[in-house]
Each structure stands twice: as structure tokens, then as C-alpha cells.
Design a protein around this ligand. Structure first.
Ligand SMILES: Nc1ncnc2c1ncn2[C@@H]1O[C@H](COP(=O)(O)OP(=O)(O)OP(=O)(O)O)[C@@H](O)[C@H]1O
Ligand SMILES: [Mg+2]
Length: 267
């Protein structure tokens, strides 16, 4: 398998594969009317509805969900298993479509994007981190970090140079040639963070990014997310079941009965 053609069924592989850019699909050529001024919230969701049609009938997660996140905020989303937290992040990241409502994310009306435009949007605007790292096992840490740059057509030597800088940012410069199987869980998640941010997105969407880690390592990875959030002027939305970590965010929202409400991290 070549470095420029990663093949795997994992979400991140889909993320990267769909993101190979055509030169004619430049930022400013996405659907007219999709963009808003920089002064509006970076995430603005109004009247979001989401119903899954299943063999057992309709499953409605949201009927009228609203959310605003301003540039620079680091917002935690908490809530019971099955409340729809991952679904919400998928919709914001243009990985799933809303049933109704408007969803502006990183100044883009994600509900209006074609599949190709959604891939471009994800590559440019969104850093996405999952509970599982989804690194490609046959590539080393450096190559994994470089993958989104290669997907957008950057020359290999340039991509590897940028990836080297990002591996240093997450403290793993001496693990560049390790494959994922030769990294600890915390190190794997650091590599996943570097890969998520290598394209300099404005928005970080993280779905239980420390959920698979022991308490100490989870705290360290969360501290790294906090540092990257600040130093790279990110706007971050993090789903977590860890209320102590949620309390370190600038705001905590609880997803319950299809609505988001302000919450303290203690109830
Ligand atoms: N593609 C789908 N088709 C049908 N139902 C789905 C689909 N994706 C998710 N669901 C259902 O929607 C509900 C919400 O799922 P979701 O993964 O968003 O929950 P969550 O809040 O992230 O839970 P957890 O904390 O366990 O990760 C669940 O009941 C799930 O079974
Ligand atoms: Mg989930």
C-alpha cells in the first residue's frame, strides 16, 4: 500500500480518502451562500432535528436543538450514553446529515454541502479526534500525521516536514518511525491529535478523546488538548463522560432529551 493511497475501513481513512482535493474545489468555490462573516459564532445550530429511520421504526434524537459556540471557546458536551452526543458531532463535522434545521459550522452551512464539498470542508476546517485513534497500522507515526496533507495533494517531502513539526508539538519527535502498534495508548492519541490538527483547522471536534486512557494519561492528553487549543487559537467541542475534565472547559453543556442545556460538571 502506498503512502498516498491509504486504504482502510476506519472512519479516519474514510475522512482522508474522501478528502483528496480537486484543484477546482477551492474554498471560495463551495456552494454560494454557504459562508458567513467571521463575526458570527463559529458554530450556530438552530432547530436541529435528527431522526434515524430503522427497521424497528423511527428513532428521533433531536427535534429542536440549538447551539452557539464562539471562536476561542472550549466547550464540553456531557450526557448519558445514547443521548446523541456522537451524532451531534457527526452532524457538525458533515459526517452525517440533519433531518431538519440549520447547522453552520466553521462558517459553513454543512447541511447544504455535497459529498465532495463536505470532504473539502472536513479537510480544511475540522480536526476530528475519536475515542479510538484510528491510526493506520502499516504506517509510522510521522506518515500517519502527514496523511491529511498528502490527501490534499501536498508534496510528500513538504508534508513530512510539516508532520515532523506537529509530532514535536505533541512531544513525540523521538517516536516518528514507530508504527501505532509500537506506541502506548496515550502516544497513539497524541499522534491522532497531531494528525487532526496538521491542516490547521479552526475547529477541533473530539468525541471522548480520553475515554480509552487511564486516569493519569487521560489528564495528560487533556492538558495537551488545552495547550493546543490555546496556542493554535482553536475553537473546541469535546464530548466526555469525565466530569472532572469537563469542568476544565470554558463551558459545559448537557445533552438530555434532545436538548442542550448549560450545566455544571457536577450534576
Ligand atoms: N446510523 C444510525 N442509525 C440508527 N440509529 C443510530 C445510528 N447512529 C446512532 N444511532 C442511535 O442513536 C442513539 C444515539 O447514538 P450516539 O452514538 O449519538 O450516542 P452517544 O450520546 O454518543 O452515546 P455514547 O455516550 O454511548 O457514545 C443511540 O441509541 C444509537 O443506537
Ligand atoms: Mg458517543
Amino acid at each position: 500500500m502506498s503512502l498516498a493511497n491509504p486504504g482502510s475501513a476506519s472512519p479516519i481513512a474514510r475522512f482522508d480518502r474522501e478528502t483528496t482535493l480537486r484543484p477546482d474545489l477551492r474554498h471560495d468555490s463551495l456552494s454560494s451562500g454557504s459562508f458567513r462573516s467571521a463575526t458570527t459564532p463559529l458554530i450556530q445550530v438552530q432547530g436541529l432535528a435528527k431522526t434515524y429511520r430503522t427497521a424497528r421504526g423511527d428513532l428521533t434524537l433531536f427535534q429542536n436543538l440549538n447551539l452557539e459556540v464562539h471562536a476561542g471557546e472550549m466547550v464540553a458536551v456531557v450526557g448519558q450514553s445514547g443521548a446523541g452526543k456522537s451524532t451531534l458531532l457527526h452532524i457538525l463535522g458533515a459526517l452525517d446529515a440533519p433531518s431538519a434545521g440549520t447547522v453552520y459550522c466553521a462558517s459553513t452551512n454543512v447541511a447544504k454541502l455535497s459529498a465532495r464539498e463536505a470532504a473539502v470542508f472536513r479537510n480544511r476546517e475540522i480536526g476530528y479526534v475519536w475515542q479510538f485513534h484510528y491510526l493506520l497500522p502499516e504506517f509510522n507515526a510521522l506518515e500517519n500525521v502527514a496523511m491529511p496533507l498528502l490527501a490534499r495533494g501536498q508534496q510528500k517531502h513538504e508534508a513530512l516536514a510539516v508532520a515532523t513539526k506537529w509530532l514535536s508539538e505533541v512531544g513525540l519527535q523521538d517516536r516518528a518511525d514507530h508504527r501505532p502498534g509500537e506506541l502506548s495508548g496515550g502516544e497513539q492519541q497524541r499522534v491522532a491529535l497531531a494528525r487532526a490538527l496538521v491542516n490547521n483547522p479552526r475547529l477541533l471536534l473530539a468525541d471522548e478523546p480520553t475515554g480509552d486512557l487511564d486516569e493519569t494519561t487521560a489528564g495528560q492528553v487533556f492538558s495537551l488538548i488545552e495547550r493546543l487549543h490555546q496556542t493554535h487559537n482553536l475553537t473546541s467541542l469535546l464530548v466526555t463522560h469525565n466530569l472532572e475534565l469537563a469542568a476544565r472547559c470554558t463551558r459545559v453543556l448537557r445533552l438530555e432529551n434532545g436538548r442542550l442545556a448549560s450545566a455544571t460538571a457536577t450534576h
